[in-house]
Design a protein around this ligand. Structure first.
Ligand code: UDX
Length: 447
């Protein structure tokens, strides 16, 4: 009989995982403690913008026309416990308020709500990003609190999905990593992931700590790559070099690779920044903090880029105070194809410029509602053209395709000064310069 799967927590990770499991042919029950989220999902609506996710969901949510009916949602833990053979924990692990460490309270409360109802054989699979050592502790908790005793087991299976590509990354992962303590756990997870494994996704079996560390070290590596190229951008600026050319040239070495070498205002979002901080905090607890002191530098290079963008803006406006200047900001989300503004470098820069007295008008294709909620005092416009109207400078801060396709000629007629600062090194300088604009970007020559 096909496995029955539950997914606990229906944010980016959980909603996508639940829909993907249904797509793979399993019966799936998703749970969230927020009833409004569950009501939306039951209608086949996704609480965030993620390309392709709503279609995938609608294909499977029970009760929707033409759906497979394999995907249902609930807020009831006993129902979940009774339903599933495999329970995926997909809850959030944010940064603790006022600390670097990771807040494990959602993971802990999910397990505390589930465990007492597990009466028969079950595999609980953690997907959330957690400090190394958590799985060991949670396994002990499960053994103690599940009536099934040893029949209720834990495994750790980190998730590597990227926002904007969540559906593709979940259905066709570039690797599947499982931390397990028994053959039974491995066998169950091989069954869950049989389709992607058949299609060629590598299946890496390891212990708990390694599985947990794979996730945090992968994110640390990515963050390091970005801060590395941003450090090179600073040097290029001092030496009159061109960081975009430099990235291209070093990227041809396939040991280095082209990806994640786009200099600009740096990384943000709900993962990279908090994950490297939690990793440092955990290494400190383990007495291995020296090994990760470099991450402190990665973090500070990254945060510095936001300030550098503000300074570049000030220079572009003549070097004086921001008071009375009009600044257009294109982009609010932390990356394109997402509506996520968590720790968004774009919104951070917009906020800093605004707090220093400029009149800031922001436009983003999908992030407007979230941006408004987080930063209600900024000005917002309904289109790029409206945002730039009368602007003394235009900041390009999130590299949406829509912005690359803008016609600098048309925009040029709306602004008060044709100055564009490309915080993502994603616009074509030649096109803008040809249309009479002053184009500037971090780590690149002035003209
Ligand atoms: C990241 C990891 O990529 C993913 O594997 C993990 O599961 C979760 O964290 P995500 O947060 O969706 O995914 O964003 P990602 O695509 O990694 O981008 C992170 C940030 O880095 C964005 O703000 C992006 O603009 C920035 N970035 C990326 C750069 O500044 N330069 C680059 O070259 C690439």
């Amino acid at each position: 009989m096909a496995l029955k799967i539950t997914v606990i927590g229906t944010g980016y990770l959980g909603a996508t995982h639940a829909a993907a499991m249904a797509e793979l042919g399993f019966e799936v029950l998703g749970l969230d403690v927020v009833p409004e989220k569950i009501e939306m999902l039951q209608r086949g609506e996704v609480p965030m913008y993620e390309p392709g996710l709503e279609d995938l969901l609608r294909r499977h949510v029970a009760g929707l026309e033409g759906s497979s009916g394999r995907l249902r949602f609930t807020t009831d833990f006993p129902e979940v416990a009774a339903f599933g053979d495999v329970h995926f924990l997909c809850v959030n692990t944010p940064q603790k308020h006022g600390e670097y460490a990771c807040d494990m309270s959602y993971v802990e409360s999910a397990l505390a709500s589930l465990a007492p109802h597990l009466r028969g054989p079950a595999l609980v699979v953690g997907k959330s990003t957690v400090p190394v050592g958590s799985a060991d502790r949670l396994a002990a908790y499960l053994a103690e609190h599940a009536p099934a005793g040893g029949d209720a087991e834990l495994a750790w299976n980190p998730e590597f999905l990227r926002e904007g590509f969540a559906v593709r990354d979940t259905l066709h992962p570039d690797r599947i990593v499982v931390g397990v303590r028994s053959e039974r756990a491995e066998k169950l997870l091989r069954e869950v992931y049989a389709t992607p494994v058949e299609e060629g996704s590598p299946f890496v079996v390891t212990d708990f700590p390694t599985a947990e560390l794979v996730k945090t070290s992968a994110n640390s590596f990515l963050a390091t790559k970005i801060s590395f190229i941003n450090a090179m951008a600073e040097v290029c600026e001092a030496a009159d070099g061109d960081v975009a050319k430099l990235a291209e040239a070093i990227g041809y070495d396939d040991r280095i690779g082209r990806k994640f070498l786009r200099a600009g205002i740096g990384f943000g979002g709900g993962c990279l920044p908090k994950d490297i901080r939690a990793f440092m905090a955990r290494a400190g607890e383990l007495g291995a903090d020296q090994a990760l002191t470099f991450l402190r530098e990665i973090d500070s290079i990254n945060m510095r880029q936001r300030g550098r963008m503000v300074e570049l803006t000030r220079q572009a406006l003549g070097g004086g105070p921001f008071l009375g200047k009009r600044v257009a900001v294109l982009g609010a989300t932390f990356k394109p194809d997402s509506d996520d503004v968590r720790d968004s470098p774009a919104l951070n820069v917009a906020g800093q410029v605004h707090l220093q007295g400029a009149q800031v008008t922001v436009y983003d294709p999908k992030g407007m509602d979230n941006a408004r909620r987080l930063f209600p005092t900024l000005g917002y416009a309904d289109s790029a053209l409206e945002a730039v109207r009368g602007a003394d400078v235009v900041l390009h801060l999130t590299e949406w395709r829509e912005f690359r396709e803008l016609d600098p000629q048309v925009l040029g007629e709306a602004v008060s000064a044709k100055v564009v600062l490309d915080g993502r090194n994603a616009l074509d300088p030649e096109v803008w310069r040809k249309a009479g604009w002053t184009y500037r970007a971090m780590g690149r020559p002035t003209a």
